[in-house]
Design a protein around this ligand. Structure first.
Ligand SMILES: C[S@@+](CC[C@H](N)C(=O)[O-])C[C@H]1O[C@@H](n2cnc3c(N)ncnc32)[C@H](O)[C@@H]1O
Length: 160
């Protein structure tokens, strides 16, 4: 789906423990930057994968990082920053950081714990997290239909 990646610049927004960024650098020979805002997740990624050639791990918020990023050929978010960050903050930065003709590929969980699918309005939806030994926590995710992203005048969106 991402096409040939050898020698291409790839950015993962919200790389967590770094497993996908590491895979693309190691097995597909891409120049990959993994950006992660959580100190604990970033530390896990560094401990596991920092020696992989072609992989750079950055602890930063995706919105901040995109302000100063050199252009990328491919930007990905695997249940990552695109899911958890207001689109009117993140999408303009992605638009600037993606070279012309570049590819944005993102995955989000389609349905939340209530069975609700993607929102047709630009609103976040709740997701229940059950963490062992703790009370359930609620996080809010931006899971939108493509049409919802296009009609919001604050968002910049193009599809490929
Ligand atoms: C569900 S995890 C997925 C991690 C990884 N992509 C994977 O699939 O293993 C989502 C990650 O995105 C990170 N994240 C969310 N919003 C972010 C943002 N605005 N900037 C950087 N990281 C972010 C979270 O800290 C978390 O580690």
């Amino acid at each position: 789906m991402l096409g040939p990646l050898a020698g291409r610049r790839v950015l993962e927004l919200g790389c967590g423990t770094g497993r996908y960024a590491a895979h693309l650098a190691h097995h597909h020979h891409a120049h990959v930057t993994g950006v992660e805002s959580s100190p604990a997740q970033y530390q896990r990624a560094v401990c596991s994968y920092s020696s992989i050639p072609g992989l750079t791990l950055v602890r930063a918020d995706a919105v901040d990082y995109l302000q100063q990023a050199d252009p990328y050929d491919v930007i990905i978010s695997i249940h990552g920053a695109l899911c958890y960050t207001p689109p009117h903050l993140l999408l303009p930065g992605i638009f600037i950081a993606l070279r012309p003709g570049g590819l944005l590929a993102a995955s989000v969980l389609h349905t939340n714990y209530l069975g609700d699918g993607p929102s047709e309005t630009v609103e976040p939806s709740p997701q229940r997290l059950q963490i062992t030994g703790q009370a359930p926590a609620t996080v809010y995710r931006w899971v939108l239909t493509p049409m919802a992203m296009k009609v919001d005048p604050r968002a910049t969106c193009r599809s490929v």
